[in-house]
Design a binder for this molecule. Sequence first.
Ligand code: ADP
Length: 630
Amino acid sequence: MTPKPGAAAPQRGHHFLWWLALCTAGLAGLVAGMLALQIRQSQDLENSWQIKGDSVTALAFQFEREFLRLRHAVEVASHAPTPEHLEHLGLRYNIFLSRKTLLEDNPSTQIIKDRHEYQVLLPQLEKFVVMAGPVLGATLPLQKQLEGLFQELQAMGPSVQALSFSATSVTASLIENNQHTIREQSQTIQHLTLLQLVLLLLAAVALWIRHQRMDKERLALEILAQELREAHQKAEAASEGKSRFLANMSHELRTPFNGMLGMLSMLESTALTGQQHDWLRTARESAQHLLALLNDILDISSMESGKLKLKPEVLNLKDLLSETDALMQVGANSKGLSFVVSMAPETPEWVIADKTRLRQILFNLISNGIKFTDKGHVTLNVAVDEPDRNDARLARLKITVTDTGIGMDEQMMGRLFERFYQVESGTNRRFGGAGLGLEISRTLARMMDGDLTVTSALGKGSVFTLLLPLPMGKAPADSGQPPTPSPSLESVSTHSAPPKHLTPVATRRILVAEDHPVNRKVMAALLGKLNVQVTFCENGQQAVEAVSAEPFDLVFMDIHMPVMDGLAATRSIRQSGKDHQSLPIIALTADVMNDAHEKAMQAGVNEFLTKPIRLPELQQAIARWAPVQD
Ligand code: ADP
């Protein structure tokens, strides 16, 4: 397996940050260390200046100089003790004493106090001071006494000199020590600076590597994004192609279905033997089954591409239930099952919903109930779950389909709404089906802001619950007319109202625009049973001409036709005169995909019917739009 390009990136980024943090911390430590060293160094320099300026050497030398001056003055005075010499001697002695005090008390002399030379000299000095005090304090000191002092000073001479040397050497070694320390510190600072440089270099290299890596990653991401864009475009093109293919296939498949079912229903009304009737029924059921499969596949496909749109209209729930009852009763009875439909009294009669899709969900649930039940009953119940607190105009319908059939266990239920899933599969299948019905039903329920759930027990039966929050509709003023939608809902579509003024003739004149010969044959056969007068034309252009040439009560208009299609023909008829604006036009097409319904309604048709058309539907449409007046 090749690693994904971006997978290791966060890990690497993490490492890099650790390194960078470490380098920064190291640098900060180094800078702090260097600062401390520099403070120390400047203190040491200060100290060494102090050593120099205030140095013990200077004190020792000054002391020695004063000592020599005093000795000289004593010598001079001992030879000629004149008052000037004695006065000069007194002055020298006082200066000498002050130098002695400095030697003893100045803090800088602290460093030589434990030296041998100091220890030797100090008692000698004390002794001299004891001797000199009375002699020099006398007004006229004796020459002999002065000579004695001179000898004493002579004797002290080497010690004083030794102290000076000692002070010099102590200072020199102190300065040397200090310089040594400063040198060491300088070296340490150099090392630290070097280290800092290395760390800075490392950080720079790390940043550079990181930059390179990010560049690479960005490039890889750009390539990936480009690939994704291309893949997306390809997928879109493929999906577009698939939609087109499905639309074409749908149209192409519906046309022969129309022919097949139409002809079968014609055959049914001829004189046939019992067995022939049976064969015919099987043929019709097979064709209808195939058609149902085709519809399911098309539904799934348009749900996937997001093209399936709901068409809400005001509908009568009671009517829908009786229609369902009538249709499903046959299947249930043929299996010996009872099928019961009920509606709770508080249920609103008029709601707004996509009738075709709601009917589709109900039919699917009920036919499953009948299919998977061998004995007992199947029920359909409609009630209101609980009032919607947020919107009083919404009825939360709870529609339950209950059966006493084979049921399912937890595991089966968990996978129930998966595409193509069937509880029984493989060679032991007892029931037919594509495994699409429940997925379609639940998707439709969710598109209606509702949901479809199931509870079931193996061997006992199942309960499918369809919860639908549906807007309540208003009962139309005239019940013979199609209901008017609630004004609050804009996207509601209804049939246009049927015409009020009709030609008072018993036989309805019907124009059928249809290019396909099989479909024309089917329409001829079906309409032939309905006591109507039929005119056929083969394209939109001919239809427009026919309508302007003679009066018709109703037009069945195919959409896809050569020369002029049904939509253009409808628009042209609508614009061709006042009479033609109210002429009922019913779109009859095999195109159930790609907004065909919307387009037809926008073009001005009154109703949209799809092929294959069956006799009852045709009959109802004629009764709706061109009823025979008494
Ligand atoms: P199918 O066309 O195969 O019936 P559905 O999607 O309608 O597809 O159902 C999928 C599967 O769910 C069925 O094949 C069946 O195994 C199970 N199923 C559906 N309804 C019932 C039910 N009322 N009782 C028992 N099993 C059911």
